[in-house]
Design a protein around this ligand. Structure first.
Ligand code: AMP
Length: 294
């Protein structure tokens, strides 16, 4: 089974987090939001959090080495074996190179880069109206995507908060940082032919998600019919020799259902069902025969 690694690009407030979260749920691939991990570190008062807080409050970028450690740790985890949806990473060229290197050491690469684009005035409105649940990480918008009960998280009922860096003065700084450091890294993904641009202004979040989903499913289909990224470690999970590698597309097509463990469990339950059904069917057949065919 091939891992699938996806990065979400775009300015702050473009809805990357919401879209990444939805895609993660649908594909069964974990979402890694560096911003969320850093905010948690700040809230927990860890050494990383203490180092990051002032920078985040000012709308700047946390040092590359700090974020690289988070990514390295996440990629080393069991949950990341089937791929990762990176949300908010990479944010500059150095981070993009780091990510390439880390994935390459696992025989993987960025398979899809989704750029959700939005003009700055829309971003300012979105960010200043954004509220989030510090416990669940779910995000809302005062007018665009309000919670069912004002000020409370739909999932846990806890109080929603405004992120410190979503205040107007910080928003301007974050947009400047995006313009100067992040915008442009999509060029590399464009050259690698993995970039898909999604217009964040078209319709609502569902419409944006429809485009995101289309891109992801197309990339997954392409992935299942292409050879692995080519790093030596790529041979680890699947290829033993040349001929099995040739057989991969067919095998990969069969496996997606089995890839998700809960589905695999359901499958075994499902296998029992026909047996259970057969009995009543067999019993029904007898009276049917007795009645004859009319
Ligand atoms: P986000 O939630 O993605 O908007 O991130 C919030 C803040 O966390 C950013 O403004 C940065 O200060 C910090 N941050 C998140 N991701 C990164 C990253 N990849 N590199 C550096 N800083 C980051």
């Amino acid at each position: 089974m091939r891992a699938m690694d996806i990065v979400f690009l775009g300015p702050p407030g473009a809805g990357k987090g919401t879209q990444a979260q939805r895609l993660a749920e649908e594909l069964g691939i974990p979402q890694l939001s560096t911003g969320a991990v850093l905010r948690k570190a700040v809230a927990d008062g860890t050494p990383v959090g203490l180092r990051a807080k002032a920078i985040m409050d000012a709308g700047g970028l946390v040092p590359d080495d700090v974020v690289a450690d988070l990514i390295r740790e996440a990629l080393g985890g069991e949950a990341a074996r089937g791929g990762v949806i990176f949300d908010g990473y990479p944010r500059n060229r150095a981070q993009a190179a780091t990510l390439d290197g880390l994935l390459s050491s696992l025989g993987r690469k960025v398979d899809l880069a989704i750029l959700v684009d939005l003009p700055e005035p829309v971003i300012v409105d979105r960010l200043s109206g954004r509220r989030s649940c510090p416990k669940d990480g779910l995000t809302y918008h005062l007018t665009g995507a309000p919670p069912k009960v004002a000020g409370a998280c739909d999932r846990c009922g806890g109080p929603l908060v405004q992120r410190d860096d979503d205040r107007p003065e910080t928003i301007r700084d974050r947009l400047r940082v995006y313009r100067e450091q992040t915008s442009g890294i999509e060029d590399g993904y464009s050259s690698a032919k993995v970039l898909v641009r999604v217009d964040g202004t078209v319709g609502g979040p569902d419409d944006v998600y429809a485009a995101v989903r289309r891109a992801a499913l197309a990339a997954r289909a392409a992935l299942s019919s292409s050879p692995p990224a080519g790093a030596p470690a790529a041979a680890k999970p699947a290829a033993k020799g040349k001929s099995p590698a040739r057989r991969k597309p067919a095998a990969a097509k069969r496996k997606p259902a089995a890839k998700r463990k809960p589905v695999a469990k359901r499958k075994s339950v499902a296998k029992r069902k026909p047996v259970a059904k057969r009995r009543p069917v067999a019993r029904k057949r007898k009276p049917a025969r007795g009645k004859g065919r009319r």
